[in-house]
Design a protein around this ligand. Structure first.
Ligand SMILES: C[S@@+](CC[C@H](N)C(=O)[O-])C[C@H]1O[C@@H](n2cnc3c(N)ncnc32)[C@H](O)[C@@H]1O
Length: 217
């Protein structure tokens, strides 16, 4: 199933498509919970790689300074930078970050994936955490949309992350009988707190997974 193709979308495509991500989705809200727990009230900074309309910012605790990079920025701000980080290095000036997140992004990183992991590692502070999401293409009813150019099993993604980072945790962001984020019938409140794998169930009903990584020891 592993597949990395050269099908990359341009800014013209993303400026329209990523407007759909303006409201904090379930995935973003759950990621914010994880980040807020990691920060535990400490002042820290976060880089959102593929931030889209920067919806994550609105659900983070105020002690977290937010920065975002994306190929298509809608409203310029000092904390946002427009950058095609497929073809260019992932960075925000020469800053280092306590937390780097990449949500719904690595499905589009094709052959660049491993290089991007290394670039993220290089801007992560000593005790920093990298948190990413990735679709479970093993879901019973998984769909491979034509704009995905990096399709692989979760086990393969774990292996690739493990070559660059210490993979601390990997658990489903949500479960659903259809490959979409929880709606009102999928008990979103309970799923918000479910941060572990359910044997036999998660491999075929997890919609996407979160990976929490740190520097290798
Ligand atoms: C599926 S959206 C996810 C948005 C947001 N992270 C979220 O989870 O709601 C993917 C984002 O990655 C950005 N993106 C895709 N390819 C990119 C590239 N080569 N360089 C920079 N940003 C890119 C898109 O503009 C879009 O905002």
């Amino acid at each position: 199933m592993t597949e990395a193709t050269e099908n990359y979308r341009t800014r013209d495509y993303w400026i329209v498509e990523n407007a759909l991500y303006a409201k904090p989705s379930f995935r973003l809200q759950k990621c914010a919970r994880i980040v807020n727990e990691i920060a535990r009230g400490r002042v820290c900074n976060l880089l959102d790689v593929g931030c889209g309309p920067a919806a994550l910012r609105s659900v983070l605790s105020p002690n977290i300074s937010y920065y975002g990079i994306d190929i298509a920025i809608h409203e310029p701000a000092s904390y946002l930078q427009e950058l095609d980080f497929g073809r260019n290095k992932i960075c925000f000036g020469d800053k280092r970050f306590d937390v780097v997140v990449a949500l719904g992004v690595f499905e589009y990183m094709g052959e660049y994936q491993n290089r991007k992991f290394e670039e993220i590692r290089d801007i992560l502070s000593k005790d920093g955490k990298f948190i990413m999401s990735y679709i479970n293409f093993g879901h019973l009813r998984h769909k491979v949309w034509p704009n995905y150019n990096n399709v692989q099993p979760i086990a393969q993604m774990k292996k690739s992350l493990g070559e660059v980072f210490q993979l601390e945790r990997c658990f489903p962001a949500s479960h659903h009988w259809r490959p979409k984020q929880p709606g009102k019938y999928a008990i979103p409140a309970m799923q918000m707190h479910l941060n572990f794998n359910i044997p036999l169930v998660s491999p075929c009903l997890a919609v996407e997974y979160f990976f929490v990584c740190s520097h290798r020891k």
